[in-house]
Write a protein that binds this ligand. Structure first.
Ligand code: NAI
Length: 346
């Protein structure tokens, strides 16, 4: 039976990187039925809605989305489509595995870290107002429900995937009530998982510790704002935002997306690197239970990354977006790259 997936190609380089990914996914032999929708400014022109009703209905039906980047105007216009979709479908867990690829120069080899970020509250609740002219207030919302839910998500993942250690990241020394509640929830959940080592680090120290020695961590769980910042910091360990996958997961729906933007400077030129969304699609395959297909693509991707010429220009290669996809499909078909081993994530 074909997997029904809601596809949001996005704009800028979005359609190019999603098309390359769809071709690679289909070459695995897994059957998909794509329901394709626009979002953002493009959708507004056609439907007078930034997130068309048809798109949300499709996600309600398929429960799974694959999304390319969407341009967000700065300082006006519509709010982020990503934030809106996360809130609408209660995609409370942002999951980002951080792993190196061959040939991407980085400060640290063999990084294997997982960042779990609470996606629905903290300072991203959008509760801001002007108290008096010249004074504004942003409300940081932390609830027992969301903090317990994200901690449970992290520990369950660790248990199922044989991860050894989770650190809760906080600033409870200053925000005693809000981050204090987050920590109390994480500690309570940790008690149910005695086989997983639980630790707590203050967020500013964590940034320093990560840069000094990322290997001391295994999984990190944190509220929204710290997660936003730390997940980008950790992306730099493996070459930047162009290489890290991302999944937004809820109890009923999941949306998989690249974390880089729509790159208007190179859009439409067959120059974009589809690695981030391709790696996100591996998380999607695993979510769908298609473990063999995920492993097949992962092996092919790592194999292609061993040959510099086959890479896109942003990483020193000569290939265009579509040629890069061709190389991955060739590597899958020839079965080369079987040297990579099974792992629990992309
Ligand atoms: P960006 O990530 O689009 O571009 C930054 C630089 O990285 C550019 O030089 C670009 O050419 C390069 N780049 C990005 N992705 C690449 C890829 N796959 N292959 C090769 N080069 C790549 O960030 P920027 O310029 O800040 O944002 C552009 C637009 O994207 C903005 O409207 C922003 O709001 C939106 N955006 C959307 C996101 C999403 O939908 N997930 C996430 C981040 C930004």
């Amino acid at each position: 039976m074909a997997h029904k997936i809601t596809l949001i190609p996005g704009d800028g380089i979005g359609p190019e990187v999603t098309q390359a990914t769809v071709r690679i996914l289909e070459a695995t032999g897994v059957k998909f039925e794509w329901e394709t929708f626009m979002a953002g400014a493009e959708a507004f022109e056609k439907y007078h809605e930034y997130i068309p009703k048809e798109l949300t209905e499709s996600i309600e039906r398929t429960h799974v989305g694959l999304k390319g980047p969407v341009t967000t105007p700065i300082g006006g216009g519509f709010a982020s489509i990503n934030v809106a979709l996360r809130q609408k479908f209660e995609l409370y867990a942002n999951f980002r595995p951080i792993r190196n690829l061959p040939h991407i120069p980085t400060r640290y080899p063999d990084v294997d870290l997982i960042i779990v970020r609470e996606n629905t509250e903290s300072l991203y609740s959008g509760l801001e107002h002007e108290v008096v002219p010249g004074v504004v207030e942003s409300l940081k919302i932390i609830t027992e429900k969301a903090s317990t839910r994200i901690a449970r998500f992290a520990f369950e993942y660790a248990r199922k995937n044989n991860r050894k250690k989770i650190h809760a990241i906080h600033k409870a020394n200053i925000m005693k009530l809000s981050d204090g509640l987050f920590l109390r929830c994480a500690r309570a959940v940790a008690k149910d998982y005695p086989e997983i080592t639980y630790g707590e680090h203050i967020v500013d120290n964590t940034c320093m510790q990560l840069v000094m020695n990322p290997y001391q961590y295994d999984m990190l769980v944190m509220e929204n704002l710290y997660g936003d910042i730390i997940s980008d910091l950790c992306a730099a360990f493996v070459g930047g935002l162009g290489f890290v996958p991302s999944a937004n997961l809820g109890d009923h729906c999941a949306i998989f997306e690249a974390v880089h933007g729509s790159a208007p400077d190179i859009a439409g030129k067959n120059l974009a690197n589809p690695t981030a969304i391709l790696r996100s699609s591996l998380l999607m395959l695993r979510h769908l239970g298609e473990y063999d297909a995920a492993l097949k693509i992962r092996n092919a991707l790592e194999n292609v990354y061993r040959t510099r010429d086959k890479l896109t220009r942003d990483v020193g290669g000569k290939a265009g977006t579509s040629e890069f996809a061709d190389f991955i499909i060739e590597a899958m078909e020839s079965g080369s790259g079987a040297q990579a081993t099974e792992s629990s994530h992309a």
